[in-house]
Design a protein around this ligand. Structure first.
Ligand code: NAD
Ligand code: AKB
Length: 320
């Protein structure tokens, strides 16, 4: 196997993939990073791109061989809201995609895997606050069920076949560079776009639905942090709790109003509010902090300030 790190990001057009693939390109050289997704992205990326479904294991094998891939970041998934409307497809993608990548590592075709889990592994029997790493996990969505099964699969492949797979339970992620697709926490991205366009925002969660959330910059920091850590530091091979911000729609509305005074939000909760109701409001991430040195950089006012600044510039540049 080559000593040069060669990275494959699967799901590179998505909310996280769009940002992460470029960050990995900046860090390791764009010529060493391959993005892949179901379709080519609209704008020509700086990294290499291959159109491929993670469910097509033969084509995946060819891509891994063609570029001598060492590290895979597997981001392709159905998220919580979309998953509830496509239960079989969600299970198929979220589990079989992971199995394919774990098997490439078991067969020594790749060296290291990053696969994200979610706070959706928790459910109504989990305590609401300061949720411990080993708290009860009885999820109520197919998304949460598939993430919980995926965590066990990762742990099994690590113990049985020494597969170096690393995982974190992301909270809801918010960024300005990409749009989310099919999640329950997507409101926290949409709300900024409405505010910048001086439009009223109709929120699909109730105003007091507090959830664990995180700025994309911190999520990328954690992702690269856990992948860079020496293997012996990674003591949990299911998935690490991760935490930075906890807020409700009303709290982010108030924070945005400090910048855009006339911004209006109304609330019309739909089925996604029911999904969010079963999730925790805050997470204890001591294991991630102690084992591999995780620490977030952004609090709520800093994040809101940064997103508004960047989105305003972007909208001005793109003349939207
Ligand atoms: P996303 O829906 O924005 O992106 C997923 C990408 O996967 C899309 O570009 C989609 O086209 C692609 N994809 C779908 N089916 C595919 C297939 N068969 N083969 C290859 N690509 C396929 O999702 P995201 O928000 O970027 O999330 C990435 C990962 O992080 C997921 O595993 C998700 O569960 C996890 N996660 C995300 C959040 C969040 O708030 N965004 C929170 C917790 C966990
Ligand atoms: C979703 O809302 O489905 C995701 C998640 C918290 O996993 N953002």
């Amino acid at each position: 196997m080559s000593s040069q790190k060669k990275i494959l990001v699967i799901g590179s057009n998505g909310q996280i993939g769009t940002v992460l693939t470029n960050k990995l390109g900046e860090k390791y050289g764009y010529e060493n990073v391959v993005g892949s997704d179901l379709r080519c992205p609209e704008n020509q990326p700086k990294f290499i791109f291959e159109e491929c479904s993670v469910l097509d294991k033969d084509q995946l094998g060819l891509i891994i061989k063609k570029y001598n891939i060492t590290d895979v970041y597997l981001l392709a998934a159905y998220l919580s809201a979309k998953g509830e409307k496509n239960v079989n497809k969600a299970w198929d993608l979220n589990i079989n995609g992971l199995r394919h990548i774990l098997n490439f590592a078991k067969d020594k075709k790749i060296e290291k895997i990053f696969w994200p889990s979610s706070i959706a592994v928790f459910g109504p029997t989990t305590p609401k606050n300061n949720v411990d790493q080993y708290a009860r996990t009885e999820p109520t969505t197919i998304y949460g069920v598939s993430k919980l099964a995926g965590e066990s699969l990762c742990n099994y492949y690590y113990n049985k076949f020494a597969v170096d797979v690393r995982s974190i339970r992301y909270p809801g992620l918010i960024g300005w560079e990409s749009m989310p697709g099919g999640g329950t926490t997507d409101y926290a991205v949409d709300i900024f776009h409405a505010a910048i366009k001086n439009e009223e925002y109709l929120c699909f969660l109730s105003e007091d639905r507090k959830l664990p959330m995180m700025y994309m910059n911190d999520a990328i920091k954690a992702t690269i942090g856990i992948m860079d850590a020496p293997s012996e530091f990674i003591k949990i091979r299911t998935s690490y709790n991760l935490s930075s911000l906890n807020f409700s729609p009303k709290q982010i509305e108030e924070e945005i109003k400090k910048h855009i005074r006339n911004f209006k939000v109304s609330y019309n909760p739909d089925f996604r509010d029911q999904l969010a109701k079963d999730w925790p409001q805050s997470i204890n991430d001591n294991h991630a902090r102690n084992d591999w040195g995780w620490e977030p950089n952004f609090n709520l006012p800093q994040m809101v300030n940064d997103i508004i600044l960047n989105l305003k510039n972007r909208y001005k540049k793109e003349k939207i």
